[in-house]
Write a protein that binds this ligand. Structure first.
Ligand code: HEC
Ligand code: HEC
Ligand code: HEC
Length: 124
């Protein structure tokens, strides 16, 4: 009877450990792309996903799926990923209006890393 109890406890610990490990693996996968580089319509804009979701403490559901799909570069296919949309509060413009985040009418190079910056990342 005692051996049965001990092995039951052992199994519980093991399955707890397994659950914990798969969970942290999933979390790691979710943040697999730390920095996303946009090249359309212009080369190149850098978006630090990790900084936005971790350092600035913005929760996932603020951006997903209202502003962005959970797929890197999906938004580039939409044809309206531009400043006209941003100024109407779409995509990055939902926050970068000078209130929640820095405004987009100056400090262009904080986002636009240009062709030189792109070459440094190795992504063409
Ligand atoms: C500030 C906005 C923002 C926040 C907060 C945010 N994301 Fe994202 N996420 C994005 C953008 C932008 C993309 C890229 C979408 C695109 O390019 O079309 C993205 C892409 C993704 C992808 C796809 C990555 C890939 O390699 O294809 C996953 C998965 C994801 N986010 C999960 C999350 C999770 C989980 C959280 C919360 C911990 C989160 N995101 C928080 C903006 C955000
Ligand atoms: C949900 C709100 C939100 C969205 C959407 C968002 N940002 Fe930000 N972003 C912030 C905040 C908050 C900060 C930190 C405060 C600041 O510097 O303005 C920040 C900081 C930044 C910075 C400076 C530091 C860094 O992380 O590299 C850049 C560049 C940036 N954002 C680019 C973008 C781009 C490009 C997009 C669209 C693809 C975007 N952001 C979408 C809220 C947002
Ligand atoms: C908060 C980040 C951010 C800031 C600041 C920013 N941009 Fe952009 N910009 C983007 C994103 C994202 C795109 C679309 C993705 C791409 O073209 O690679 C874009 C696209 C563009 C485009 C092509 C599409 C269009 O709207 O015509 C031009 C031109 C441009 N930006 C110029 C500028 C100039 C000039 C400034 C400074 C006055 C500036 N940007 C500031 C993020 C930013």
């Amino acid at each position: 009877m005692k051996i049965f109890k001990i092995s039951l406890i052992f199994i519980l610990i093991l399955s707890g450990l397994y659950f914990f490990m798969t969970n942290s693996l999933l979390a790691e996968q979710a943040g697999s792309e730390d920095i996303i580089i946009y090249t359309k319509p212009v080369k190149a804009v850098s978006f630090n996903h990790k900084a936005h979701s971790e350092d600035y403490g913005i929760s996932c559901n603020i951006c997903h799926d209202k502003l962005f799909q959970m797929e890197a570069s999906n938004v580039e296919k939409k044809g309206d990923f531009n400043h006209k949309s941003f100024s109407k509060g779409k995509y990055c413009g939902a926050c970068h209006d000078g209130k929640k985040g820095f405004a987009m009418d100056k400090q262009c190079t904080r986002c636009h890393i240009g062709a030189k910056g792109l070459n440094k990342t190795g992504k063409k």
